[in-house]
Write a protein of this length. Structure first.
Length: 90
């Protein structure tokens, strides 16, 4: 697997997208943009102290056929994560 992995920035101004009129905060933004970032920002609200954590956003569906990736269910993100973890423990 040669899928690129990187640390996505947690854009502080996106925290505004989690505001709610009926709850302490919303777990999903109404905006179609920044979904992975807002999901991670939501989780970050529950991390206490200096705890290392990760939000892994793993797509598992291809809407159209692409080279080496047919339309439909796919696990390329899970395979990439497995390979990354495997190299970390070896």
């Amino acid at each position: 697997m040669n899928d690129p992995l990187w640390q996505m920035p947690l854009v502080a101004r996106y925290q505004e997208k989690l505001k709610s009129d009926i709850a302490d905060m919303s777990n999903a933004s109404e905006s179609p943009w920044g979904g992975s970032i807002t999901a991670a920002l939501f989780l970050q609200n529950f991390i206490k102290g200096d705890v290392a954590w990760a939000h892994v956003d793993v797509p598992a569906w291809n809407f159209k056929t692409q080279p080496a990736r047919p339309a439909g269910a796919d696990v390329f993100g899970v395979r990439a994560m497995f390979e990354y973890i495997r190299t970390m423990v070896e």
